[in-house]
Design a protein. Structure first.
Length: 160
């Protein structure tokens, strides 16, 4: 969408095009412009409500995880590198943690980002050792797959 000015210009031009349509009466044009504006406002209100709801749910989840881990806000704030007031804002749903803070919080509590962001209620606990083991397994599988593909390619060459 761009800047507010660009958006306003775009909306103005849409309204102008509707108002210039000779097949519409002035009342029809006004009603169409107003209907478009209402649709835009309803969409924005819906998005704002969903965002507020998500911020509150994430804040509650952060607070629950901290309390379950028996940490004080001060402890968590120090570990993830934010101010206590900032962390408090996240926990009460006043503000949203940026991506890097979410990653740090997920690592601290040993949970997935999906759980942290309330995209799931299934808590899958993680630790760095499991990640490294899974990455090593993936690498070994990738290497084995590459080897099999090379063998298949060689066999295809021989068959031709």
């Amino acid at each position: 969408m761009g800047t507010r000015r660009e958006y306003a210009k775009e909306q103005y031009e849409k309204g102008l095009a509707i108002g210039s349509d000779k097949s519409k009466t002035p009342r029809e044009a006004i009603n169409e412009v107003l209907a478009n504006a209402k649709e835009e406002l309803d969409a924005a209100a819906s998005l704002a409500a969903a965002r507020k709801e998500r911020k509150e749910a994430v804040g509650k989840r952060l607070s629950q995880l901290r309390e379950a881990a028996k940490y004080r806000q001060k402890d968590v704030a120090e570990r993830i590198g934010v101010n206590v007031i900032t962390l408090s804002g996240y926990e009460i749903g006043k503000s949203e943690p940026p991506e890097e803070v979410l990653v740090r919080l997920a690592c601290l509590y040993g949970v997935s980002l999906d759980y942290l962001l309330c995209r799931t209620d299934t808590m899958i606990l993680f630790d760095d050792g499991e990640y490294r083991a899974a990455d090593n397994d993936r690498q070994q599988l990738r290497e084995r797959l590459d080897s099999i593909e090379k063998e298949l390619s060689h066999i295809r060459q021989e068959v031709k």
